[in-house]
Design a binder for this molecule. Structure first.
Ligand code: NAG
Ligand code: NAG
Length: 290
């Protein structure tokens, strides 16, 4: 009995040590600025801690994190023992992010959702570089043009110059095609993104709505953000109160991106090895206990 306790305490402290060690290797700057928080929301319904729903949610979030190391969009459905335990989830990275940056962003978004939506059935978080959503109500493949977040910068005070340019940039975004669209002219920059579960036609429809609303509701604003349920459009004129869209590799060399990726892959491998190691230790300890 005594041996058993001593050994599992040993395994436990080793685990904690390795965890802290690996966390200390995650470069914090790799998360910024794509990791900047924009908004989040949670459902009212809560799940019962320790329920099948909770373990399904855990496996869903793990799937999202793993997938984000090799794909900029994915969706998952985790079936439960009963229909009540089924959970749906997806993530979408901004089209210009590299895979390492996408993985770092989704990791951050999932962490944020966990803090924000503790024990709620559903949650959604939008960061600068990625979007994560999960719910027990299927929303996959459903176009959603509800305004989720709208922000208009201060008025520029002059309409002709930048606003004409803004409208031209937005018109280009509307006609560009694709799930991710970016363009600019002079100081004016525009950005648009659909979630990957929309068809080309649905994406076009969603973005037309977002861009139309930007023009009418942020008519003379120096910048505008229009986030709908499944797509968003944004612009910045470089005028008063401007915000500049973060670039994927701002202030860092491609090498660092590769390093981050290697670290993430290393971490995943490390966790797998740890699980095997702990299972082994458990077996040995149990064997000794008999
Ligand atoms: C989601 O879970 C909540 C709480 O358990 C439940 O009331 C609701 O009916 C579920 N929704 C669906 C679509 O299963
Ligand atoms: C969800 O993912 C599956 C497999 O990756 C894919 O076949 C399906 O089209 C996706 N569904 C949506 C709505 O994106």
């Amino acid at each position: 009995m005594f041996t058993r306790m001593a050994r599992s305490t040993h395994a436990h402290s080793l685990f904690t040590f390795l965890l802290l060690l690996s966390l200390s290797f995650i470069p914090s700057h790799a998360l910024s600025p794509a990791g900047t928080f924009l908004f989040g929301g949670c459902t009212q319904q809560r799940y019962v801690p320790g329920s099948a729903y909770e373990s399904n949610l855990d496996s869903l979030l793990t799937s999202l994190l793993n997938s984000a190391t090799f794909s900029s969009y994915n969706n998952f459905t985790v079936e439960g023992p009963s229909q009540q335990d089924v959970i749906y989830g997806l993530y979408q990275c901004r089209g210009d992010l590299s895979m390492p940056d996408c993985a770092a962003c989704v990791t951050r978004a999932v962490t944020r959702a966990g803090e924000l939506c503790s024990k709620t059935c559903g949650g959604a978080v939008q960061l600068e570089g990625c979007y994560v959503k999960y719910d027990n109500d299927s929303f996959l493949g459903v176009e959603d043009k509800t305004v989720v977040m709208k922000k208009c910068g201060p008025s520029d005070g002059y309409e002709a110059g930048p606003m004409g340019q803004r409208d031209a940039v937005l018109a280009n975004l509307a006609s560009e095609g694709g799930l991710y669209r970016a363009g600019g002219s002079g100081e004016v920059q525009g950005l648009a993104q659909c979630v990957g579960d929309l068809s080309a036609g649905e994406c076009q429809d969603c973005l037309s709505e977002a861009i139309g609303r930007l023009k009418s509701e942020c008519s003379t604003a120096s910048y505008g953000d229009m986030f709908l349920g499944k797509c968003y459009a944004r612009y910045s004129t470089g005028g008063a109160g401007q915000h500049v869209y973060p670039q994927a590799h701002e202030g860092k060399s491609p090498d660092e991106g590769t390093k981050t990726f290697a670290i993430i892959v290393g971490l995943l491998a490390g966790v797998a090895l740890l699980i095997i190691f702990i299972a082994f230790v458990k077996k040995v300890v149990e064997g000794n206990g008999k």
